[in-house]
Design a protein around this ligand. Structure first.
Ligand code: GRF
Length: 224
């Protein structure tokens, strides 16, 4: 995947707040806005021992996010932080970062979190915010990546896990997985095929990042 020449270089490329070789299970925070199937995949990966991490808190900007029930069922602390309760994006970002930091979170995982995070948040977690996106980035960023792929007529689609920068869906790529686009595919059928890959690669990427055994050169992430 070549880099997008229109994308500014990501910032804060030193893995400063992840300590390689740190003994013990590290705390992550998961941010959601809705269904929470990726959250469930992370919960399941931890429960089965495939991922060594602890979800310290699940935060939603929406009180009606179904993923909150998944977290509660797993005994995970939940917080509802409606963005409308804050005067501006920076105030919301600071409050979110504070809630995560106070719980010892070292890695933040966006899982269907439908809010852009600005520098006030990302600077608090340098190289420690991940997102999963339902397309092969840099193709089809933004909403409805699956529909964009179908409408464009691509023959291969997929999922991407990437570091989050202030630019939408533009940060360095950690893992990708491909799926075929089949003749007669509906958006629902393609989305389900992609989602299965999201559920596979997101916990894997989280585990790899938590090892601290990776580096970023320019936009390229290398696992060591
Ligand atoms: C997923 O398709 C993810 O790629 C995108 O939002 C969706 C969230 O789904 N960022 P879920 O809430 O994890 O089920």
């Amino acid at each position: 995947m070549s880099s997008n020449p229109g994308t500014p270089e990501p910032r804060n490329l030193e893995p400063r707040n992840l300590e390689p070789g740190n003994p013990g299970t590290q705390s992550i925070g998961v941010l959601i806005s809705g269904r929470g199937s990726n959250l469930q995949a992370i919960i399941d990966a931890i429960a089965s021992g495939r991922l060594d991490a602890r979800i310290a808190v699940v935060i939603s900007n929406r009180a009606d996010a179904a993923g909150l029930d998944r977290a509660r069922a797993a005994g995970i602390e939940t917080l509802v932080m409606p963005h409308k309760a804050y005067p501006d994006r920076a105030a919301y970002d600071r409050a979110l970062a504070g809630a995560l930091k106070s719980r010892g979170v070292v890695l933040v995982c966006l899982a269907g979190f439908m809010r852009l995070l600005g520098p006030a948040f990302i600077d608090e977690f340098p190289n420690a915010v991940l997102n999963v996106h339902p397309s092969l980035l840099p193709a089809f960023p933004g909403v409805d990546g699956q529909r964009q792929a179908l409408e464009h007529g691509v023959k291969v689609a997929g999922a991407t896990v990437h570091f989050v920068t202030p630019d939408l869906d533009a940060g360095p790529i950690l893992l990708q997985a491909t799926v075929p686009v089949l003749d007669g595919d509906t958006e629902e059928a393609l989305s389900a095929r992609i989602l299965a890959e999201e559920h596979r690669i997101y916990p894997e990427a989280i585990g790899r990042v938590l090892t601290g055994r990776w580096r970023i050169d320019g936009r390229r992430v290398t696992f060591l």
